[in-house]
Design a protein around this ligand. Structure first.
Ligand code: RB5
Length: 159
């Protein structure tokens, strides 16, 4: 499995910790963003990681900024990306099994390295369950298509 792992200046330490642990588990890691605390803009890193996921160069994207918020907002602007901002292990399991997230985002200033690693392994050690959840993922794709090309695809408002 290949992980594209990016951070801004607020995520450098957590990225280093995750990189070491992912590599120790046998994952190939492609790292993006600064190696020191030189200030960078999180959308610039998010787009590089998202492109690698969409192009099939990585199986999963992990993005770290101060809170994980900016990275999640940026990543979710990219059609085809389902980015989950995670701060607990229960949500990490659901992000994989229900939401089929292809990017996860974490806060380097809000999570300690141990909890962050437990969150990452909770995600990695599960699989998407499909079924009714695939129906919902398809509806997310329909919303994307609708707003990218209004008129081409209608969205379900059946609630
Ligand atoms: C950078 O100071 C900070 O705003 C950024 O890392 C992130 O937390 C934004 O959501």
């Amino acid at each position: 499995m290949i992980v594209s792992l990016g951070c801004d200046h607020a995520g450098v330490d957590l990225r280093a910790s995750l990189r070491d642990q992912l590599m120790a588990r046998g994952y190939r890691v492609i790292s993006h963003g600064p190696e020191d605390e030189t200030s960078v803009d999180y959308p610039d890193v998010a787009i590089v990681v998202c492109r690698q996921v969409l192009d099939g160069e990585a199986d999963l994207g992990i993005l770290v900024c101060g809170t994980g918020l900016g990275m999640s907002i940026a990543a979710n602007k990219v059609p085809g990306i389902r980015a989950a901002l995670l701060s607990d292990c229960y949500s990490a399991v659901k992000a994989r099994t229900h939401n089929d997230a292809n990017v996860i985002t974490l806060g380097g200033r809000t999570l300690g390295p141990e909890l962050a690693w437990q969150i990452v392994t909770s995600f990695l050690d599960n699989e998407f369950t499909g079924g009714r959840h695939q129906v919902r993922i398809d509806k997310l794709s329909a919303i994307e298509s609708h707003y990218m090309n209004p008129g081409a695809a209608e969205v379900s408002t059946d609630c």
